[in-house]
Design a protein. Structure first.
Length: 275
């Protein structure tokens, strides 16, 4: 049986399997953290170009996060030593910044999580590098459509968690794309990762009821080929088993009395390419 916990302010919370229900203070904290996260991704647009290293982009993310009064939640998380994740082409998620440079035709996901005044603003976005082939651009477009359909499903009265995954899976599989199962969205707020797990392939009408005050991410990972992934020896980088391209978009949202609030929406309208 699903357990919910009412969180009234900024008190300490534990990852104890309960789904947290936040009040006005939580919504305000998440708005500020989410806006900073979106502003960072907006500011990266002119820098994601052929010849730029992923480490340079990571340096920019770290500096912008600090300038915004926050710290990168990934820095030091389970031994991770970078300020964001940058995943190129067949890398599904958790790509590690390095001296690797972007090439013309690459598709790139950048995932940032500033921790601002105790609240996590978690979001990721795809970028097109130079002249990107049509099939890759189509994958990116459909992945963003999957995210927005998942959010739409979450906004309906009486929605359950499984409705999100069902909407995403149906749209992706209509295009004959694979939906990654090994990674999922998650609750967040004062914790980086918390209940519930938000899977992106599910049966409608199943799972916990979505209640006002719930905060979580929706972050579908969609593969051009089959859904299988594997994690490389570095313990972080996840890639498609068949080496097909993969795309991902992520928003942090809050369930409200009337629907959904997207905390990480771009202030400049740059939620999806082309920018």
């Amino acid at each position: 049986m699903t357990q919910y916990q009412v969180v009234t302010g900024t008190e300490a919370v534990l990852r104890d399997g309960t789904i947290k229900l936040h009040g006005p203070a939580g919504f305000e904290g998440m708005r500020r953290a989410g806006r900073l996260a979106a502003e960072i991704l907006d500011a990266l647009v002119p820098h994601v170009q052929p010849g730029v290293s992923t480490q340079h982009l990571d340096d920019l993310v770290r500096q912008m996060t600090l300038d915004g009064g926050a710290v990168p939640a990934t820095l030091g998380y389970r031994g991770y030593t970078h300020s964001c994740c940058i995943s190129i082409n067949h890398v599904v998620c958790h790509g590690i910044p390095s001296d690797k440079v972007l090439k013309d035709g690459d598709i790139v996901n950048i995932d940032v999580t500033p921790l601002l005044d105790g609240w996590h603003g978690d979001t990721s976005r795809m970028y097109l590098v130079g002249d990107v082939p049509l099939k890759a651009r189509r994958l990116v477009d459909v992945t963003h459509e999957c995210l927005m359909l998942g959010i739409e499903a979450a906004s309906r009265p009486g929605a359950r968690l499984g409705d999100i995954g069902a909407a995403i899976q149906a749209h992706a599989e209509r295009q004959r794309y694979g939906v990654v199962r090994e990674f999922c969205g998650h609750g967040l707020g004062r914790l980086f990762h918390d209940a519930p797990e938000v899977v992106h392939a599910a049966r409608a009408g199943t799972g916990p009821e979505l209640k006002p005050g719930m905060f979580f991410t929706i972050e579908p990972m969609i593969n051009l080929g089959k859904p299988g992934v594997k994690v490389l020896e570095d313990g972080w980088t996840a890639v498609t088993r068949d080496r097909s391209l993969s795309a991902q978009f992520e928003h942090s949202i809050g369930i409200t009395e009337s629907g959904v609030e997207i905390f990480t929406k771009s202030p400049k309208g740059l939620d999806k390419p082309p920018y």
